[in-house]
Design a protein around this ligand. Structure first.
Ligand code: GTP
Ligand code: MN
Ligand code: MN
Length: 368
């Protein structure tokens, strides 16, 4: 009798919203390389290519073990030829030459620096790059007129590009709670985004605000912003209506009562007590933290919560599943069933997953 040592064969559903992806990643070398290539594609505004690399990285993130040979990947979804070449390179040579040269390229480095400015997207960064602007000092010397967001982004560049810790997120939570309860007692505040998925750091802090009585949340955002401003907590803020509402048609079009969805992109001033010596006592130092606030009517809360918890790929895959497999349109406002021509109500994330015919995936397992 002969025994063969078979490699562990991996398998995974092709939709990220059907997989459980925790923060424990056994394939960081592979996923980091693929993420660099995704980022580079996104900076070049090649969305399709970006998504392809993001999907490939996400499949590897959910594997229970480190990949050690190409054979193990047979049968895994979302791994195209290009991603497979990158993986092969890493397994054979310890690194991806393409990811390494991308990281070191003048263009990638410059676009990263420029899009690190709050309010600067890939388009603007690319235009500046082509004008020869590759650094913050070159931007400042260029005489370009920056909008308010970009001015704030430049002013607080270092702080904003430092990861936000959970401790800082908790401190911001307390401030936001105080502000919201000062202007609307009974309102409820939920931490969303990466921190709700269990991440220990983030690029910002995301909150969703609602009130158990429908309509009570109306006009809340300007009041919260005024309170925060009066207390000196805001370095910058811009309140906008959700762009989703501007679309006038389409199957998932929200009813007219949905035009109350507001969001506020802000930069908070967080003062922390820093011990500088036993005798001298404490000295105050401040840091700037990006904070996103969203107000939702309670009838849309579950959709908003699901939509703002992420990850971005998990959200994208949920919408793709809804559209392609269920003939439904999912947004952060509602779920529309195209076959029944009606909106499906939900008061919890669990109900939304059930409507979509999906097993419930908790936030900590949505780190695709
Ligand atoms: P870090 O902040 O880097 O820790 O990651 P994150 O997952 O929290 O990312 P981010 O704060 O950018 O976004 C959080 C979630 O909100 C993600 O799922 C996004 O898809 C979602 N989101 C961000 N912007 C918008 C928007 O304009 N509209 C809607 N509906 N969702 C958004
Ligand atoms: Mn976030
Ligand atoms: Mn955010």
């Amino acid at each position: 009798e002969k025994y063969f040592l078979l490699p562990v064969l991996f398998s995974a559903p092709s939709y990220a919203c059907k997989r459980r992806t925790t923060l424990k990643n056994h394939n960081t070398l592979l996923t980091e390389a693929l993420s660099i290539l995704a980022e580079s594609a996104e900076l070049n505004e090649d969305e399709g290519r970006g998504v392809a690399f993001r999907r490939a990285a996400a499949v590897l993130k959910c594997l229970p073990k480190a990949v050690s040979s190409m054979e193990q990947l047979r049968g895994l979804p979302c791994l195209g030829d290009h991603s497979m070449r990158v993986i092969k390179d890493i397994l054979e040579n310890g690194a991806s030459s393409e990811a390494e040269s991308t990281k070191q390229s003048e263009r990638f480095k410059a676009l990263k620096v420029l899009t690190g400015i709050f309010g600067v997207g890939a388009k603007t960064a690319d235009r500046w790059f082509r004008e020869g602007i590759h650094s913050l000092s070159q931007l400042q010397e260029s005489g370009h007129t920056l909008n308010q967001a970009q001015q704030a982004g430049l002013q607080f560049y270092d702080d904003i590009n430092l990861p936000v810790s959970k401790t800082e997120a908790d401190a911001i939570s307390e401030i936001v709670e105080k502000a919201v309860h000062a202007v609307l007692p009974g309102a409820e505040i939920t931490l969303t985004g990466g921190f709700r998925r269990g991440k220990l750091t983030g690029h910002d802090v995301d909150f969703l605000i609602t009130h158990p009585e429908e309509g009570k949340e109306e006009g809340l955002m300007p009041k919260v912003v005024s309170w925060l401003e009066s207390q000196g907590f805001l370095l910058y803020q811009k309140t906008t209506r959700n762009s989703y509402l501007e679309s006038k048609d389409g199957p998932g079009r929200p009813a007219s009562n949905m035009d109350r969805f507001e969001r506020c992109l802000s930069i908070f001033k967080l003062t922390k007590d820093r011990c500088v010596g036993q005798k001298q006592g404490t000295k105050q130092s401040a840091t700037a933290v990006r904070v996103d606030l969203v107000v939702s009517p309670v009838s849309q809360f579950a959709f908003a919560l699901l939509g703002w918890t992420g990850s971005k790929l998990f959200e994208r895959e949920l919408r793709r599943w809804a559209g392609h497999e269920k003939a439904m349109s999912l947004s952060s406002h509602a779920l529309y069933d195209n076959k029944q021509s009606r909106y499906l109500r939900a008061s919890s994330e669990e109900e939304i997953f059930a409507h979509l015919g999906l097993e419930y995936i908790p936030p900590t397992e949505r780190n695709a």
